[in-house]
Ligand binder design. Sequence first.
Ligand code: APR
Length: 234
Amino acid sequence: MTVLSGAGISAESGVPTFRDVETGLWSKVDPYEISSTQGWQRHPEKVWAWYLWRHYLMQGVQPNDGHRAVAAWEDHAEVHVVTQNVDNLHERAGSQRVYHLHGSLFEFRCDRCQDEYQGELPDMPEPVETETPQCRCGGLIRPNVVWFGEALPESAWQKSVDAVGNADVVIVVGTSSIVYPAAGLPELALANGIPVIEVNPEPTPLSNAATATVREPAAVALPTLLQRLPSILS
Ligand code: APR
């Protein structure tokens, strides 16, 4: 079993999604200003502050019943979690195989020599522009997340393609299914005759192609989804 998750699975933990019209992160800031290499080159202090703020937010949230259900499925099946999320809520809920396609809010590296950064991270209750730390090579320290226009981490991508291609069922939860290449993974599963179940209160571009859709929030749907699988797929 493979789970492909997006920001929606963390919404009930209080983590904002990206594209919700009112509360989404992209309704507050321009994604190409704050989450792209161009934005980083233009104003690193602004980008640095924004990711420190998101890192700070993560200290105040907990996994929800959706994350916990996915972790508990490991008692019944080999579960692979392919996530677009940069939070660590799947791991904190106990999931063992988690592949981060878009990086992590908890890893930092030099934008020149790629050395990992282990230094202090100030608390950032509000994103106030702050000087970025410098690496000894003179490069700037950046979050190890994938920005628009950047390639996905090769190893996480390969593990994700294998996990989807070898799955008996793929659960797609909490994603708007518009950002590629991640949004191409359910298509790969369907092309290989693997059932795809979409869990999302709202329809997405994947809904019509999905084998089945469950129009419920993740923390409501996932705890009982395993039991319902036979009836959902029949
Ligand atoms: N349970 C399940 N799904 C939910 C819930 C919930 N409680 N709340 C919202 N959703 C759904 C929304 O209906 C929406 O379809 O989650 C989806 C969130 O979509 P986005 O905000 O677009 O997030 P995501 O799909 O993860 O974005 C993909 O885009 O901005 C980039 O790199 C960023 O990883 C991100 C990528």
